[in-house]
Design a protein around this ligand. Sequence first.
Ligand code: ZN
Length: 415
Amino acid sequence: MIMEGLKEVAMHEVGHTLGLRHNFVASKMYSLEEMGELDEDEATLASVMDYAPPHIAGPGKKQGKFYTQTIGKYDVWAITYGYKPLSGGTDGEKKELAKIASRSTEHGLAFSTDEDTTSMSPDPDSNRFDFGKDAIEFATNQAAVVKEAMDGLADRVVEDGDDYSRVRQAFNSLLNTHGQAMYFASRYIGGVHVNRTHKGQEDAKAPFEVVDAEKQRAAMKLVSEQVFSDEPFQFSPELYNKLAPSHWNHWGTSFSVRGDFPIHDTISQWQSTILSRLFSSITLERMHDAELKVPADQDAFTTAEMFGTLTDSIFSELDSMDDGEYSNRSPAISSLRRNLQRDYLQRLSTLAMGNGFAPQDCQTIAYAELIDLQEKLEEALDKEVEFDAYTRAHLLESSRRIKKVLDAELTLSRP
Ligand SMILES: [Zn+2]
């Protein structure tokens, strides 16, 4: 696997010396299924100029090459453009070059480079370290890979006689793998595909295409199940107690001041990363604009729908706490979910109070969402259920806090 990775990196760097730039959509050439059917000597990427993670087929699937082992279709095309000896003088050369370039709409010849791949960039297909045509398929597969790898982790990664620091390293690495893949999928939400097409090209798409509404909903469902739910983060106390830090302090290592593992912080950091993306003013502005970029008679994923879906997903317990035996050790709302709900509430409140650059329409939607949520919180508190102390305190505090925000928004933030 390491030799395959080295070969890929070597091809990539030689590509740079020949003048090629990064191409971060090259990993989108095939679906994961198509990749499994390629011959061993076929390229898995359209270009070696992408950053690709190792391709791990996942539980029960046929493992091919971990890294692409030869140059791809885009590489051959780009080098042909730059290096093919052409005849016919300047005019003939120009004509020949235009002919080569006109193939850019063909499958596998898409191009998207560094400046197209920033946190502000609209195209969810342009990523460093993603893989496969569909980000939801990739994230679902990565989640399965991580789940399988977490099983018996401490037994597998440490040899007798060694300390436990490799468990912590591997655990963090697996959580990153999971979180990063979910982040890529979340980029469909409010995403806009970018095509570098020129007028008059065959099969040319428009320069911009709003991501299909159903695709955005599928991404919402995925992050709801794999990031906002506490289900994927159920690890055994035995594992937590083996997440020992390394005592080796040197450049390239991260030294743990706290020592024991900060589990709540680590998990909420991943949830927060996704929420930050969904709440960022650029995402909200783009989604709001997209409502005009999709023809009026067609389905579009709106900011109003997103906030409604988020509240339902993040506060789903409010609909299911009618009966049950709760205690501080077995609370109605888990500690991971309480943290997530606080984070969400804080963001919704900031938005409702008009702090930030989000569209005004999103501010008013957030305001209305808070009113509905407070009603539901009060209803939950009125239930004939004996809550654990944590859940009761959380519901009370959340409800009172919303009330303050609603009052403040009307009296303080704007004339
Ligand atoms: Zn590079």
